[in-house]
Design a protein around this ligand. Sequence first.
Ligand SMILES: *[C@@H]1O[C@H](CO)[C@@H](O)[C@H](O)[C@H]1NC(C)=O
Ligand SMILES: *[C@@H]1O[C@H](CO)[C@@H](O)[C@H](O)[C@H]1NC(C)=O
Ligand SMILES: *[C@@H]1O[C@H](CO)[C@@H](O)[C@H](O)[C@H]1NC(C)=O
Length: 403
Amino acid sequence: MTFTWEFFALSICSALATVLHCHADHLPPPTNLSYEWLDPFTVNVSWSWQKPSNLPEGCDIKYESGRKGDDKGNRRTEWRNFTDTLVTEEMGSDEWTYTICALCFGSCADWNGSTDASITIGSSKPRAKMMDDFRCVIDPKGMDCSWIPVNTSLDPKLSYRSCGTSEEFINNLKDCRQYYSSGIRRGCYLEVPGGNFQDICILVETETIESTFRTSNTSLVPLPKLNITREKHHLYLSWMTPEFKNSCWKYQFNYTQCNQPIRQQETSKGVSTHRIPYDEHCLYEIQFRVVTDESCIPIKSNWSEVVIYGANRPRDGTLTVVTIIIPIILFVAVILSCYCFRKHSNILCPTIPDPSAIFKEMMMNGNKELMTTAGSLYTPVPEPIEPCKIALVTENGVLQQTS
Ligand SMILES: *[C@@H]1O[C@H](CO)[C@@H](O)[C@H](O)[C@H]1NC(C)=O
Ligand SMILES: *[C@@H]1O[C@H](CO)[C@@H](O)[C@H](O)[C@H]1NC(C)=O
Ligand SMILES: *[C@@H]1O[C@H](CO)[C@@H](O)[C@H](O)[C@H]1NC(C)=O
């Protein structure tokens, strides 16, 4: 008991001491926020920060930054600058807004974080959409991209590089060299060196306007051909996986069995076969597509055309005959015969014989036969016995006596 009280009192004391000792001070917010575009996709945001004179030694300051509308979450850094990739399609307006605050760790953990400082970043050139329906089909060496020009009198230049903020990426912006046109669409083949396929950032610009976007949402991988083979009670679906990014591809199957939709199935990544249960009385309508695993950049294919296998066939007849038709025939036959029997009972069975009459007849004939046949085989020595009396009941119930 005393121990508990002492412990409690001690806890209160130490809590009070902490409160009294605590500055409950806020760190000052970052100042002099500025930005610089390192290239059309990359911005460098930097700031200064004034360290308070009473901040204890061994204090670990970190800066937390967040971008409005970015769902990837905040990031923390010990530096007073960071770089980020910004593309037009990811912003609602021509601007991006960052908030940055200072946080305290280590020996100054009792200091509160600073209030937010914010900076709004405008694009280096006015942004405008110049291409509609931009899509790319990827292959091991690059991407075949095409689009519909928004304004055919503009002739924008297209350049591209791997998305990212590293210096290597930033210094490798390439111009498109193989423009082509096909109907209303314009296109360009983008070489991706070494088949090292990455998320590609595209810059489209004229003298006065520009637009940037990523290809990941618009890239398509071509569909392989689906082979279907049957083995007893299964269908084996097989295909060739693309020759690049082998560990990324997964396949989704939508199919119907006897016109009944079956829940969508997805293979694990990198496989090139899939097995589904097979019912030989069913028509299968199969559609599939390619998607990438969550660990890879998102690319998918369109859904394939419907591939048909088998046919809807009635079930085997024998069982139906045995279990349904035969009992029905038998039942009908019984009913009919009952009906016939009742109607023609006087022909089929004129009078129902009286069992007692039959019995009487049997007894009399039996006695005669016994006397004649038994006599020839065995002649018993007559014994002096009382003559027995047998009483028979006739049809009208009168007792007859014989001796
Ligand atoms: C970003 O700007 C800061 C401040 O000007 C500079 O120190 C830093 O090196 C820049 N970062 C890059 C990657 O250029
Ligand atoms: C900017 O960040 C880099 C590391 O990303 C660092 O080396 C450099 O010192 C930083 N500059 C400032 C002014 O914090
Ligand atoms: C297309 O671009 C030309 C040249 O910049 C411009 O004069 C014209 O107004 C544009 N047309 C439309 C429909 O935006």
